[in-house]
Design a protein around this ligand. Structure first.
Ligand code: ADP
Ligand code: MN
Ligand code: MN
Ligand code: MN
Length: 344
């Protein structure tokens, strides 16, 4: 038997954006534990805005297991929060009620800032570094500083070793700002892996004295870049059947549901979706081929393949909850009728 360190991880009840929480228990298993072998566990919901002091127990229900390469015999146990009965989802548990479809694929591009002492990593103590320009995909100390790349590389390895489908990295437009991409089949899988990737990033940055700032416009009304979480998506129908007519119907449905999308696309998004800096205004909906100033960017490949493939919704922001973002995209897609013969 081996003693495994089980890190139970969940989302708390803070609004508008939940925080990641985690605590460890040690248990013995013959081999690396399977999901079915992991027991329910509890925590004090009164400390996480998930219960009152009078009846504060909430239940952690394991839903996905990953090896934790950063810890000897470590296991990352992603959980849903349940009511004390263990079967009713807690109101803060969005994952329990979202739409899912294994044939819907999602690629999230998570942008974020490294922060130290309340400023982006690499910013001087007061004032600003050289203006934006050479930071995006930059190389060299002047562009990225000394520890950012180390953290980003460590994060990449940690994700890959955990089986998280990390797909790439780039330094972003502002100094101290980076991006990574996570791709998954099914809204739950993709979003689970995004939350785990966020967890790993936050945890490994601790030892560098660095925080992860996910706010979509941490430097306020300046020219400094905001952070998004572009959601690339495709359903089986979009990939296999598609067509211009269906695409146009889909975009009409997106336009009709603009408000519902914006509601779950992350807080303070009006600060970022201004119509400037490769964004569309928050109250407008537009799409365009290779257009980074549109709400939805249509890749060249999509048009070249006869309006088949994936689309990029550029509106979700870096603080958005990938569960709710993916679910809203699926909800809107579900309002558009499919040609029956083609589906069969
Ligand atoms: P850009 O920065 O040019 O917008 P990225 O390479 O950062 O592009 O992100 C593109 C994302 O699109 C990746 O996360 C990738 O996984 C995702 N993607 C690629 N093909 C598909 C597809 N068929 N369905 C859904 N997402 C996809
Ligand atoms: Mn990108
Ligand atoms: Mn980007
Ligand atoms: Mn993008």
């Amino acid at each position: 038997m081996t003693k495994f360190k089980l890190e139970y991880i969940w989302l708390d009840g803070y609004t508008p954006v939940p925080n990641l929480r985690g605590k460890t228990q040690i248990k013995e298993f013959e081999n690396f534990p399977q999901l079915e072998e992991l027991p329910l566990w509890g925590f004090d919901g009164s400390s996480t805005k998930q219960a009152d002091g009078s009846s504060s127990d909430c239940v952690l229900k394991p839903i996905r297991v990953f090896p934790d390469s950063q810890r000897a015999n470590g296991v990352l146990v992603l959980c849903e929060v349940m009511m004390p009965d263990g079967v009713t989802p807690h109101p803060s548990n969005k994952r329990a009620t979202i739409l899912d479809d294994d044939s819907a694929w999602f690629g999230f591009e998570q942008e974020y800032f490294f922060y130290q002492n309340g400023r982006p990593l690499g910013f001087p103590d007061s004032g600003y570094p050289e203006p934006q320009g050479k930071y995006y995909t930059g190389v060299g100390y002047g562009a990225v500083g000394d520890i950012a790349r180390q953290m980003v590389e460590e994060h990449l390895d940690a994700c890959l070793e955990s089986g998280i489908n990390h797909e790439g990295i780039n330094a972003e437009v502002a100094k101290g700002q980076w991006e990574f991409q996570i791709f998954g089949k099914g809204s739950k899988r993709a979003a689970d892996e995004m939350w785990m990737a966020r967890y790993l990033l936050q945890r490994l940055a601790e030892k560098y004295g660095v925080d992860i700032e996910y706010h979509c416009k941490p430097l306020g009304e300046t020219d400094w870049n905001g952070s998004g979480m572009h959601a690339n998506f495709s359903t089986a129908y979009m990939r296999d059947v598609g067509g211009k007519e269906y695409f146009e119907q889909l975009m009409s449905a997106f336009e009709a549901n603009t408000e519902d999308h914006i509601t779950v696309y992350g807080p303070d998004n009006h600060m970022r979706l201004t119509g400037l800096h490769e964004t569309q205004s928050i109250d407008k909906f537009s799409y365009g081929i290779a257009d980074r100033g549109a709400s939805v960017r249509v890749p060249h490949s999509f048009v070249n393949n006869g309006y088949k493939g994936y689309l990029e919704d550029r509106r979700p922001n870096s603080q958005g909850d990938p569960y709710q973002i993916a679910s809203q995209i699926l909800k809107t897609i579900a309002t558009v009728p499919l040609k029956k013969a083609a589906v069969a």
